[in-house]
Design a protein around this ligand. Structure first.
Ligand SMILES: *Cc1c(COP(=O)(O)O)cnc(C)c1O
Length: 478
C-alpha cells in the first residue's frame, strides 16, 4: 500500500525520505512511483489553474530555474518543485483578463490527452510507430474536410502550427503548378495576411518581391479589383503565380476575405486558392457561423488551427487539401526503412515534419468532449462577447477595427502615430495592473490595442471595466 497524496501535500522539506522516481516505468507491474509522480504533477497543475484568478495573466515576479542538470538526479519532490518554478513564471491563459492573443484556456480533455500522448510516445512519422493515431489523423482530417465542404477523397495532415500548415500548402501549390524551380514565381496575399507567408517565401527561396500584398478595403478585406489587376500585371510581366491566399480571420481584426469571389477568380484563371483559416476556419464547424466561411469548400487547401479558439492545447493545426495526392506528390521521398503503410501514405510523407507527436489525440478528444453543441457554444459565445464589448466602446473617441469573429482592435480617433504609441504603452500597462492583458499590434503604421474575446472566463463585468478604461484613456491625449 502507498498513499499517493501525502508526500505532495506535506512537501519535500517535511519529508525526510527523498522519493526517487524510476527513470523508466516497469513494464511488468504498475509503477507506484510513476503514478505518484503523475498525481503530484496533476495536483500542481490543477492548483495552478485553480488560482488563476488570484493572480494576473502575467506573472508578478519570475524566479528563473537552473537550466542544467545537476550531477545527481533529483528526487520526486525536487522535480515537482522544479516544475512549480516554471509554472509560477508562466503566462496564465485561464485568467479571465487574458485577452491579448489567440491563446485561450486549455480544454480539459485536451490536457489529459496531451499527457496520454506523452506516455504513448508514438510517432506519426510512420504507421507502424502509431497505428491507432495514424488512423485517427486520417479520419479526423477527412471529417474536417467534409465539414468545410471538400469533396469525398479530400485529405490532410496535422502540422505543428499554422505557419507550418501554410508552408506545406504553398510548397504543394508550387509543385502542382510546376514551378518548383522557377525563381520568378510569386504568391498573392492581402496586406493584412499573416507574417508566416513572408517566412514561407524565405524558406522557399522566393525573390524579395515574391509575396505580393494586395491592399485591403475599409472592412479589412482584400480589394478584389486590385487583386484582379495584380494578377493581370503579373501575367504581363511573366511572373507566374503559384497561389492566391484568402485569409479567413486576419490577425488584427478577424476580417474574412471574400472567399467565394476569390474562388471564382481563381477557377477562371486556373490558380490555386489557399484559405488561411488559422483563426476563422473552425467557425465553419458550427451551423450558426458556417455562413461566414461561404466558399471555403472551393479552395484547394485550407489551414485550420483548433488551438486558437477551441482551446485544443498547443500545437494543433491541420492542413486540409481538396485532392489527397497533392501532399505526397510534393513531399514523398519514400521511407525505405519502414514497413509500407496499410492505408494511403505514411504521415511523414505528407509534409515537412519527419517524427511527429500524436497531437491529433488532444484534438480528437477535445472535440469529443465538446460535442457538436459544445463546439457551437464556444464559437457563438466568443462572437457574442466581442459584440457586447464593441457596444460598450465609444466610437466617437475610439476607432474600432473588427470583423465578424471575436477579434477587435482600437485606437484613439484623434492624435498622431507617436501619441498612439505612447497611449498604447501606457494603457496596456494600466490594464495589466488591473489584471487585464491586451496586445499592442502595429497596424498600418499605428499602434492599436487588441482584444481576443475567446476566453470563456471573461464576463460582462470585466468587459465593462475594460471598455470604460479604454473610453477614458482617450481623454488623457493632448
Ligand atoms: C496564427 C496564425 C498563423 C500561424 O499559426 P501558428 O500556429 O502561430 O504558426 C497563420 N495565419 C493566421 C491568419 C494566423 O492567425
Amino acid at each position: 500500500m502507498f498513499t499517493p497524496h501525502l508526500v505532495f501535500l506535506v512537501g519535500p522539506s517535511r519529508n525526510p525520505e527523498p522519493l526517487a522516481l524510476s527513470a523508466f516505468a516497469s513494464p511488468d507491474a504498475l509503477d507506484p512511483q510513476l503514478l505518484q509522480f503523475l498525481e503530484g504533477a496533476s495536483e500542481r497543475l490543477c492548483s495552478w489553474i485553480a488560482s488563476a484568478s488570484e493572480r494576473g495573466p502575467l506573472p508578478a515576479l519570475r524566479i528563473l530555474p537552473d537550466a542544467a542538470p545537476q550531477v545527481h538526479g533529483r528526487d520526486m519532490g525536487q522535480l515537482l518543485d522544479d516544475l512549480q518554478q516554471v509554472m509560477d513564471g508562466a503566462f496564465q491563459p485561464s485568467h479571465p483578463g487574458a485577452l491579448a492573443h489567440l491563446d485561450p484556456p486549455p480544454l480539459s480533455a485536451s490536457i489529459a490527452a496531451d499527457l496520454i500522448c506523452a506516455g504513448l510516445n508514438n510517432n506519426l512519422l510512420a504507421e507502424e510507430l502509431s497505428p491507432s493515431l495514424s488512423h485517427l489523423e486520417r479520419q479526423l482530417c477527412a471529417w474536417f474536410a467534409e465539414r468545410i465542404g471538400f469533396p469525398v477523397g479530400a485529405s490532410g495532415v496535422a502540422a505543428s502550427g499554422g505557419s507550418l500548415s501554410n508552408l506545406i500548402a504553398l510548397v504543394s501549390a508550387r509543385h502542382q503548378a510546376g514551378l518548383d524551380h522557377n525563381p520568378d514565381a510569386v504568391v498573392v496575399v492581402s496586406a493584412d495576411a499573416h507574417v508566416s507567408w513572408r517566412k514561407a517565401a524565405r524558406v522557399m527561396g522566393l525573390q524579395s518581391d515574391g509575396v505580393r500584398s494586395i491592399p485591403v478595403d475599409e472592412q479589412g478585406l482584400i480589394d478584389l479589383q486590385q487583386l484582379e489587376d495584380e494578377l493581370s500585371a503579373l501575367s504581363r510581366q511573366g511572373r507566374p503565380c503559384m497561389a492566391v491566399v484568402a485569409t479567413a480571420g486576419t490577425t488584427v481584426r478577424g476580417a474574412i476575405d471574400p472567399v467565394s469571389a476569390m474562388a471564382d477568380l481563381c477557377s477562371r484563371l486556373d490558380l490555386w486558392l489557399h484559405v488561411d483559416g488559422a483563426i476563422g476556419a473552425v467557425f465553419a464547424l458550427s451551423p450558426i457561423t458556417t455562413y461566414l466561411l461561404d466558399g471555403i469548400g472551393r479552395a484547394d487547401s485550407v489551414t485550420v488551427n483548433p488551438q486558437k479558439v477551441l482551446g485544443i492545447t498547443k500545437t494543433s493545426s491541420l492542413l486540409l487539401v481538396r485532392e489527397a495526392r497533392v501532399l505526397a506528390e510534393a513531399f514523398s521521398t519514400g521511407l525505405p526503412y519502414m514497413e509500407p503503410a496499410l492505408e494511403n501514405d505514411h504521415g511523414g510523407e505528407l509534409g515537412l515534419q519527419g517524427s511527429r507527436p500524436g497531437e491529433v489525440l488532444k484534438l480528437w478528444l477535445g472535440l469529443r468532449q465538446l460535442g457538436e453543441s459544445g463546439i457551437e457554444q464556444v464559437l457563438s459565445a466568443a462572437i457574442a462577447r466581442r459584440e457586447y464589448f464593441q457596444q460598450q466602446l465609444d466610437p466617437n473617441r475610439l476607432m474600432i477595427l473588427t470583423g465578424p469573429l471575436h477579434v477587435l482592435a482600437c485606437r484613439p480617433q484623434r492624435g498622431q502615430a507617436q501619441q498612439h504609441e505612447a497611449w498604447s504603452n501606457e494603457t496596456r500597462r494600466l490594464l495589466l495592473s488591473r489584471g487585464i492583458m491586451v496586445s499592442r499590434p502595429l497596424h498600418q503604421g499605428r499602434h492599436f490595442l487588441k482584444t481576443v474575446l475567446g476566453n470563456p472566463h471573461t464576463d460582462h463585468g470585466l468587459l465593462d471595466q475594460l471598455a470604460s478604461i479604454l473610453n477614458q484613456s482617450v481623454e488623457a491625449l493632448p
